[in-house]
Ligand binder design. Structure first.
Ligand SMILES: [Zn+2]
Ligand SMILES: [Zn+2]
Length: 186
């Protein structure tokens, strides 16, 4: 409603959030600017402006929009961490046992299936958190997965009194799987 009254002197320029009169940034009162947030209309300087597909917006408005998008509960972070950790903890020794015995062939297999394994892992984690999205959820999942990998490869060996170092095929596999899973979850 207030928008319709404010745009009585609309020009093409004003529609793009650019104005001719001098404005001062709402966050930096000493900085003169020509921009306004196209959602709340607050004057913002270039440093405060975030370019979105619908034009320049202030950080507060962008964050508000993200809060609608990020619908995960705090508990989901814990679930993502736990599920990532448990799956990797179980899968790492198994994969390690198979790949480690195949030497060169193991490297080829790791290159072939590493990324898909990461994709599957990401899908399971997403499913476990009800497909909700969280700002920090990918990081929690990543933390769980990395810890699971370390425990599953080095940690289990230490428990049994032997220092095991992951084989090269396993390292390649883990790298591909973890980076892919993270990309999927982001
Ligand atoms: Zn705004
Ligand atoms: Zn500013």
């Amino acid at each position: 409603m207030s928008e319709s009254t404010a745009v009585t002197q609309t020009t093409d320029e004003a529609e793009q959030g650019v104005e001719t009169g001098a404005l001062y940034c709402a966050n930096h009162p000493e900085v003169e600017t020509l921009l306004r947030c196209n959602k709340c209309g607050k004057p913002i300087c270039l440093k405060c402006a975030v370019q979105t597909p619908v034009g320049y917006r202030c950080r507060e408005c962008v964050r508000q929009q993200q809060d609608v998008y990020f619908n995960a509960a705090d508990w989901d972070n814990v679930i993502a961490f736990g599920v990532g950790f448990l799956i990797t903890l179980v899968a790492t020794p198994l994969t390690s046992a198979i790949l480690g015995r195949m030497f060169f062939f193991g490297i080829i297999i790791a290159l072939f299936i590493g990324a898909s394994a990461g994709g599957i892992l990401a899908q399971i984690i997403r499913w476990a958190v009800g497909k909700r999205r969280g700002r920090y959820l990918p990081l929690f999942a990543l933390g769980g997965v990395v810890l699971g990998f370390l425990m599953g490869s080095v940690g289990l060996g230490l428990l049994f009194g032997v220092l095991t170092i992951p084989s090269i095929p396993m390292l390649i596999f883990a790298f591909l799987a973890i980076t892919t899973a993270y990309q999927f979850l982001r």
